[in-house]
Design a protein. Structure first.
Length: 76
């Protein structure tokens, strides 16, 4: 039970990080970890956390580009 809940929280955290990466890519806004976290160790952990979202976002984007189920939106 506790292991399942821990896994659920980990997946939720990765999804949140991926959404933040998508906002960064589409709008150009990112969390300001320097002003939010003055401790360099915590800032490093947060930057790694957001880096995981960037990696997942890149993998999803690469899959979508090479998939037959997605096409480029001409309205953009």
């Amino acid at each position: 039970m506790a292991l399942g809940r821990l896994f659920h929280y980990a997946v939720d955290a990765v999804l949140l990080s991926t959404v933040v990466a998508g906002v960064r890519r589409s709008a150009g806004f990112r969390p300001d970890t320097e002003s939010l976290l003055p401790d360099p160790t915590m800032r490093s952990i947060a930057d790694r956390y957001f880096g995981v979202g960037e990696t997942i976002f890149d993998m999803i984007q690469g899959t979508a580009v090479n998939s037959q189920y997605f096409k480029k939106d001409s309205r953009r």
